[in-house]
Design a protein around this ligand. Structure first.
Ligand code: ADE
Length: 412
């Protein structure tokens, strides 16, 4: 179904109000045109915030084509506005099946991009698989998310990666804000829109205590939940303990939880025997990139009945009558049932994306086939502009303090 492009345009403009850093880059680039003549193939969640990134790349002179990085996250009105108003070829439709998803990735690749922009590395993977003929023309790429960076590092280690990619996720102005406060808020938003469940007084199990897990746990606690953290890494588990959460194994958490949220980036964090231990009415959702964290095949095998009971809510009835409710088919609940992260944090993530593209072009020929971090100067510049946009001035070191930091002779 074609989305309503006027509604999409209005929502894109609304998001732009909260994306001042990206807007400042767009304004500068309309003059300097650093991306003139560059073709960019992007595979991102098709949201209002992504639309503002596309507008920025176009203002910089790039020719951009866009497809979705998840079959359920596309906002059809935004896709329509991108096509009709902003002239960005956008190959995406909410609810597309796997075949359409990869067909759309291939349509973007058909534009023979010089730069790739990925969220989860599906575009890069397809390029390194069926479309190797296009690799020669690629200068570099960027990657938005933790899961994508993990895949790319594995490719690099295997000697399989064919061009340099900037791990936007690793910028501090990305993961400290987007992963933590963005995922924290938008995940709760998705769970609430899907269920209207009261968080206060609920036992809320967060599986995975990376930046996203930390964010979800803190927002759930802020709304009055009793938060349990499940984690396999001893350092992270210890951090969760000292952050004041109950920490335990999944077998015990499965018995206690009312709401379960996976953010591990790994396979089957919730498995068949865990469902068997859950209370009647348990709600299970995922905010990790891929829909592999909840073993839905096992749940399907165990269930006697399975039906949709509300938009984005599926009920699985187990032998004996116990029910487990799964949200958004185990896909990113924050993007499927809500609108993804607020523009305020995507502003910094996408400023990193834009400036990483410019940096890759400046470094053309000088980089290896590796995963690179965003240069620290870019990270700090984005933080500086963000503070400025918020009207917050901070102090500078005095010359005496700078000298002190450079010296090693002064002691007790
Ligand atoms: N990832 C998480 N939230 C997002 C958003 N609002 N737009 C694009 N990608 C996202």
């Amino acid at each position: 179904m074609q989305g309503d492009y006027k509604a999409g345009q209005q929502r894109i403009e609304w998001a732009d109000n909260s994306m001042p850093v990206l807007a400042s880059i767009r304004q500068e680039w309309a003059e300097s045109r650093p991306l003139a003549g560059v073709r960019i193939g992007a595979c991102l969640h098709v949201t209002t915030e992504t639309a503002n990134l596309m507008r920025t790349l176009v203002a910089g002179g790039a020719e951009v084509a866009l497809c979705a990085s998840n079959p359920l996250s596309t906002q059809d009105d935004v896709a329509a506005a991108l096509r009709e108003v902003y002239g960005v070829p956008t190959f995406a439709r909410r609810g597309e099946d796997r075949e359409a998803y990869y067909r759309n990735i291939n349509l973007v690749l058909n534009t023979r991009p010089h730069l790739t922009m990925d969220d989860g590395a599906d575009l890069v993977n397809t390029l390194h698989g069926d479309r190797r003929d296009l690799l020669q023309g690629v200068i570099g790429g960027t990657e938005e998310t933790t899961t994508g960076v993990i895949r790319l590092r594995a490719m690099e280690e295997d000697g399989y990666l064919e061009y340099p990619i900037v791990a936007v996720n690793n910028a501090l102005t990305k993961h400290m804000f987007d992963n933590r406060y963005g995922t924290g808020q938008s995940t709760i938003d998705g769970i609430l829109r899907a269920t209207n469940h009261l968080i206060a007084g609920s036992v809320f199990v967060v599986v995975g205590y990376g930046w996203c897990g930390r964010g979800v746990a803190s927002r759930a606690r802020g709304m009055g939940a009793d938060v349990i953290v499940v984690e396999v890494d001893p350092l992270r588990a210890l951090e969760a303990v000292m952050d004041g959460y109950r920490v335990m194994g999944m077998d015990q958490a499965a018995r206690e939880g009312d709401i379960f949220l996976t953010v591990t980036g790994n396979l089957h964090a919730i498995r068949g025997h865990h469902f068997a231990l859950m209370k009647d009415g348990a709600i299970v959702a995922n905010a990790g990139h891929f829909n592999v964290e909840i073993d839905l095949a096992a749940l399907g095998d165990m269930a006697e009945e399975h039906r949709q009971v509300r938009e984005y809510v599926e009920e699985y009835r187990l032998p004996g009558g116990k029910r487990v409710f799964v949200l958004a088919e185990g896909r990113l609940v924050n993007l499927a049932a809500a609108e993804g992260h607020p523009a305020m944090v995507m502003d910094m993530s996408f400023a990193n994306q834009a400036l990483a593209c410019k940096w890759l072009l400046e470094q053309k020929g000088a980089l290896e086939k590796r995963v690179y971090d965003v240069p620290v100067q870019i990270d700090r510049e984005i933080a500086r502009r963000k503070l400025q946009s918020m009207g917050i001035a901070i102090d500078e070191l005095t010359p005496e303090q700078e000298e002190y930091l450079r010296s090693y002779r002064q002691g007790t």
